[in-house]
Structures are given as C-alpha cells and as structure tokens.
Write a protein that binds this ligand. Sequence first.
Ligand code: AHG
Ligand code: MN
Ligand code: MN
Length: 331
Amino acid sequence: MFQVNTIERFILQHQPKHAQGDFTQLLYDIALAAKLISHQTNRAGLTDILGGAGEVNVQGEDQQKLDVYADEALVRLCDHTGRLCVMASEEREDVIQIPEQFEKGSYVLVYDPLDGSSNIDVNVSIGTVFGIYRYKDWETRGRLEDVLQPPRDLVAAGYILFGASTMLVYSTGDGVHGFTLDTEVGEFLLSHPNMRLPEPPAYFSVNHGNLGKWSPAVKAYVAWLQGQADGDVPRLSSRYIGSLVADFHRNLLRGGIFAYPAEIGKPEGKIRLLYEAGPLAFLIHHAGGYASNGHGPILDIEPTGLHQRVPFYIGNRRLVERIETLLIEEK
Ligand code: AHG
Ligand code: MN
Ligand code: MN
C-alpha cells in the first residue's frame, strides 16, 4: 500500500511522552529552517551569495554569506514561538536571548548554522548541526548556565546535510532517523529509519595535512588506522571532505571514524564542543557508536565556555577506544 512518511507525521508519532507540544513544534521549526537554508544553498552558484560577508566571526574565521543567512533563519524562526528560553550559535559570541516582547519556553537550542563553510564556494557538501536541551531553572531560565550543559543531557540532536540531496537526521534518544528532502513536494520524507553504525567499518577521516602537529601517540594512531601496525589492524579506506557533517554522515552510513586530534601547541584541537562535537556524540551513541576526546566520553564533558573546542574522535567503538589506549600509554 502506498505510504509516505513525512517528517511531521514521524515526529508526531515518535514524540517522547514527557515532551509533547512545544518540543514537537520546535522540531518542525528546525525542519522549516532546513528547507529555507537548503533552498538558499542550492542557489549559491546562481546569486551573489558567494564569498565572505566581510565580517570575521568570533572564531577569527572569515564569515561567508550563507553562514549569516543560516544563522538568521534559525533565530528568526525560533525566537518568537515561546518554545525556547535561550539559544547559542557558532556565529555569535554570546548567548542569544529571546526578545522581551516574546514569551520564554522550556528549551535551549544550540547550533552551528553552516558547517564546512570553506566548502561553499567550491560546491562541496555542507551542513547544519543542532542540539536541544531543557532549561535548568524555570524562574531564571535563559542564562548561560542553561546552555552550558553536558551533551549527555541533550533531549534531541541532529544535523542537516546539504549534499547531492538534502537530508535531515535526528534523534530524541529513540533511534537515529534520516529524512530526505523531496524538493518537488517540499517535504522531508523518511528514507533512513533506525540508522545503525555498520560493522566492519569502511573509512577513516582525518586531515593528514596536520601530521607535523601531532604527538607521537596520535601519529601512531593514524598509522594504525592506515593498517601500518602489527596484529589486529582495521582495513579502512581514507575519505576526508573537510565538512564535519558530511564526513560524519558518510561514516554513519558506511562505518568508520572521524578524528580531529589535539595538536602540539593547540591541545584543544578545532571542533567545538557545544554545537559540533556534543550533538554528533549524542547521535553516534544512539546509533551504536562512541565519541571521545581521547581520554573519555564527549557526552560527559561539562562545558565551561560557549565556543570551547575539544579533540574529537567519533565512530565505531573499537576504532575510537584505540586512541584512548595509546594516549594512556603515552603518559
Ligand atoms: P565551520 O565551517 O562550522 O567553521 O566548521 C569547520 C570544521 C568542520 O566542518 C571540519 O570538519 C573542519 O572544520 C575541517 O577543518 P580542516 O580544514 O582544518 O581540516
Ligand atoms: Mn562547523
Ligand atoms: Mn559553521
């Protein structure tokens, strides 16, 4: 029998009992933002959207116009609904307050509006990452403390991949589910229910241009991933896009590991905890995998700053645990 499962129907059918209404609506809002950003992304080569917006973001990186558009789309769609009490974005130095004239809600949204922005101008896949927390204190909700929560406390997380097609993948802790945007119909349709990280894994993803900046243990780890060690080495191919969302998505479907290690003189690495590593760690956990900073679970890290960075290893558990062993031995 013909049946189309739209994201709206799926979210409604799978909403957690404790979180109906506002939470469901918030996921719809994000799905709508995803459609807007997708539309704009697909036009990137056609309009004057290409190139930097002439500003430098809080990370000291050149801001692209699509970063600004994606950030604005999420804020504008979510700030007036009464569902959120505060937001945080990669593109903004401080937390984003809900304007005085609107009601505050129960949820906290953290996001990287456009991930892999160096790939925009060269027509390579990019993405958006998001995480949702609950407020910490009802009376004073909307403070930095509501945002700085460990990824284990996320109530939902997901990403949107703007690739050959646009996909939205999310979890509320009950499986990881993927939807593909049918641009003709304008709906995300369920295409990848219950995504599980396959075994054996197929790929490893790391920027080899950083080889000279790695400690001996990290070098030994990457050599192990390449199959250059004795004993039980994995048999993996190398793939690296330079858009975390796209690298993560491929490895989620095929099995593998993405690593952005600590560097000598830069022990925190590059990936941001709150809106990159945390939400993806939540997803990989619910797909049967593991994410670590090389010493322990990303899920357990208590954030101390909005734009804090962490060394990041994410994928099949056996591949991730190997770096933890090597780093203990290095001490
Ligand atoms: P963003 O575009 O949001 O700043 O993130 C870029 C990140 C991530 O997407 C990617 O995995 C990583 O930077 C790539 O870094 P390198 O170019 O140093 O490999
Ligand atoms: Mn990013
Ligand atoms: Mn970004």
